[in-house]
Write a protein that binds this ligand. Structure first.
Ligand code: ZN
Length: 713
């Protein structure tokens, strides 16, 4: 059927062509002159027919040219990296973005070629099982045998690619090797297998420390990095990229606070956030930490700061105060049932942990309910902590750690009555520059009478402002230095300090917004970690930071915490994991400052788009035009910031976190700018205006009647 139809069409076409040439089966062969004329006619006809279609052909050519140019200028070869796409690059940080993107693209192309290689390898084997065997065989060379069994195919593939990339990196001169050659040894830690009995507490684990040439003030045996995952939980790959850096900066443990990012199960399942880690992922983090000689201490709140549990209808009945979801009622039997279950589940995934941090800080509501009000606050606190601590020791063979703030107002006698010194190890915390302000000598004296072992906690972020985007490294360094001095002075009073935890808060509590993100705070973390790991701060710290943070042009940059406490200038051209987020915070700071001024000028300082003008639709169109003249410049800088922020944040976080950060730090400006534009457009629409006075929007109180003594008759 089709053949027949196409045959007919073909026939029609040839008939038309033959007619044009004026030859056919019926015509007699023309003489030579006639033939030439016929050819001329035919050419003329062809030209005319093309001329009739000229618009069609020209537009076709234009479309093709545009398409060609589009393809030519938008497809950037991978090895060429990023082009600025014609956008003028003004800000120095933009230049850094270009450099950074070049690196990212190079990495991506490497990754792509590796993916291809892996895919080729995989395509050779026909069954899924074979793929598994190949992958696992490769991984088993680099990981302990029980590691990969918890990983999905995708995780295995990513791991394999990362390993290959790392091998490639090591072919060049590894910065870490150089670091070691310079006399800095990575910490090595021997985690002893847990003994059945926890009675041998006098025995300290064998922790070696960073070797330095100068006399340290004090080197805490354990240097823990605190991961507060109740906000902005990083992708698993981010842990993988920063653990080696932390290790070489002197960390030998992590204190990991999951809050609602732990995959609780059974009756506790509702506690977990929608984007909680999976059990597999937690096993992976723990294994990863182990591979980097980092001990893992999980932290689970058991008394105060249980907002993530008590906010839920299922657990509302456990609150101490009905309308405040902060602390549990310690005398409610159901509380302990729930808390024990939480501990069991956390310990099920951290069975090797020698310690469990059970929180117990800031228990604001204590002794409020009708049952609890019969007891004094200290007894309520200590009795409950005793129960929880005993449970942890007896059932999980781990030593409980608690934050010390609730103990600060208890007496030695009270603590002894509840055997607190035998049951828990306190973690004394403060993030201010003067540690003795909150933890005076008298307190150390008291603690030394009760506790053989004690921990301390400083901060590297999340302590000086609930909505900051970047930590003040200067203040955090002062805090950490102060802690070293305090530990040095008080060490003899105890059997020993266990160590220090460098806390990095991500929210001030479960309900609070995000504060400084981890990648933006990695420089502060390294500054402080290197300081506590070598026992003092000196001029050698900054070059070490530059090495670990993969900074370029190192000689040009200097640490000047006085004038650059965020270290934006000192570390602006570094390419550590998540460094794009660090740079975005600088860009955000600049854009926010200029927008604050622009918006304040329009809405407050200048007199034609104030609230009054807008409420009364009363303004000069000429002046409104003037005010909005630079609007598009500011608005596009805001849009470009958002674009850069999304790209940078996505390297470390899932879209829920990306969205939260944007909503908190950029969206308020987007909303204000939109409102200004709409209000300006509305004001400009008016052609005529009412006579003054304009209608009043507020009701004034009736004026007092004043008797002026004038008699009206
Ligand atoms: Zn109560």
């Amino acid at each position: 059927m089709n053949t027949h139809r196409s045959g007919l069409i073909g026939q029609n076409r040839s008939v038309r062509f033959i007619t044009a040439l004026n030859i056919g089966p019926g015509s007699t062969p023309p003489p030579d002159g006639k033939m030439r004329e016929n050819i001329r006619n035919s050419i003329y006809i062809i030209i005319m027919s093309l001329w009739r279609r000229k618009y069609f052909l020209v537009s076709g050519a234009i479309v093709w040219t545009v398409f060609y140019l589009y393809l030519h200028y938008t497809t950037v070869p991978e090895d060429n990296g990023y082009t600025s796409n014609g956008i003028s690059v003004k800000h120095p940080i933009d230049i850094e973005f270009v450099n950074y993107n070049e690196r990212i693209n190079q990495q991506t192309s490497k990754l792509k070629s590796l993916t291809k290689a892996t895919e080729n390898e995989n395509s050779k084997s026909s069954t899924k099982e074979n793929v598994n065997q190949i992958d696992n065989a490769d991984i088993s060379k680099t990981m302990p045998s029980d590691h990969y069994k918890h990983m999905t195919h995708e995780e295995i593939r990513i791991h394999q690619m990362n390993e290959k990339l790392e091998k490639e990196k090591h072919k060049q001169k590894s910065i870490r090797d150089k670091y070691i050659l310079q006399g800095i040894k990575p910490t090595s830690i021997v985690v002893k297998p847990k003994m059945k009995s926890s009675s041998d507490e006098t025995e300290m684990p064998n922790y070696s420390t960073i070797v330095t040439t100068k006399e340290p003030l004090y080197i805490p045996p354990l240097r823990l990095v605190h991961f507060d995952l109740k906000g902005a939980p990083p992708k698993i790959t981010y842990f993988k990229s920063i653990f080696p850096i932390l290790k070489y900066a002197g960390a030998n443990g992590i204190l990991i606070e999951y809050e609602d990012t732990f995959p609780f199960w059974g009756p506790l399942a509702p506690i977990s956030a929608g984007n909680a880690y999976t059990k597999k992922q937690i096993r992976y983090i723990v294994e990863l930490a182990k591979n980097h000689d980092l001990i893992v201490i999980p932290l689970i709140q058991t008394f105060g700061h249980l907002e993530f549990v008590l906010k839920l209808p299922e657990f509302k009945h456990l609150r101490e105060v009905e309308d405040i979801p902060q602390s549990v009622c310690p005398t409610n039997n159901a509380t302990l049932v729930m808390v024990k279950l939480m501990i069991d589940q956390i310990m099920a995934l951290h069975s090797d942990s020698q310690w469990l941090h059970i929180g117990c800080d800031e228990v604001y509501q204590l002794g409020h309910c009708s049952r609890c009000s019969r007891y004094d606050r200290n007894s309520l606190f200590l009795a409950y902590v005793r129960k929880v601590a005993k449970y942890v020791r007896e059932n999980h063979n781990a030593s409980p750690i608690i934050w010390d703030d609730m103990l600060r107002h208890t007496t030695v006698a009270e603590m002894e009555k509840y055997e607190i010194g035998r049951l828990v190890e306190p973690m004394a915390w403060t993030y201010v520059e003067d540690v003795y302000l909150f933890l005076p000598n008298s307190l150390w004296e008291k603690y030394s009478q009760v506790f053989p072992y004690i921990w301390t906690a400083s901060a590297f972020k999340g302590a000086f402002g609930e909505t900051l985007t970047i930590p003040d490294a200067k203040r955090h360094l002062e805090n950490n230095k102060a802690w070293l001095a305090v530990m040095s002075e008080n060490n003899v009073a105890f059997t020993g300090f266990r160590g220090i935890a460098l806390t990095g808060w991500q929210r001030y509590d479960h309900f609070a917004s995000l504060c400084e993100l981890l990648p933006a705070s990695l420089p502060s973390l390294l500054l402080n970690l290197l300081t506590v790991s070598q026992g003092h701060f000196d001029n050698e710290i900054f070059p070490k930071m530059q090495e670990l943070l993969e900074c370029s042009s190192r000689a040009h940059y200097h640490l000047d915490l006085e004038h650059d406490p965020s270290m934006w200038r000192a570390l602006g051209v570094c390419f550590f994991p998540g460094s794009a987020v660090f740079r975005v915070t600088l860009r955000h700071n600049e854009v926010a400052k200029s927008l604050d001024k622009f918006i304040a000028d329009i809405t407050t300082h200048k007199g034609w788009m104030t609230e009054y003008n807008i409420n009364h639709n009363f303004s000069s169109p000429l002046r409104v035009n003037e005010l909005l003249r630079d609007f598009s410049y500011y608005n596009s800088s805001l849009n470009m910031l958002q674009e850069a922020a999304v790209k940078a944040l996505r390297e470390v976080y899932d879209d829920d976190t990306v969205s939260e950060w944007i909503e908190l730090n950029i969206y308020p400006y987007t909303k204000k700018m939109k409102a200004i534009w709409e209000q300006g457009m509305r004001l400009k629409k008016y052609q005529v205006w009412p006579r003054r006075p304009l209608p009043r929007l507020i009701d004034l109180p009736t004026p007092p009647s004043i008797d002026m003594g004038i008699v009206t008759s």
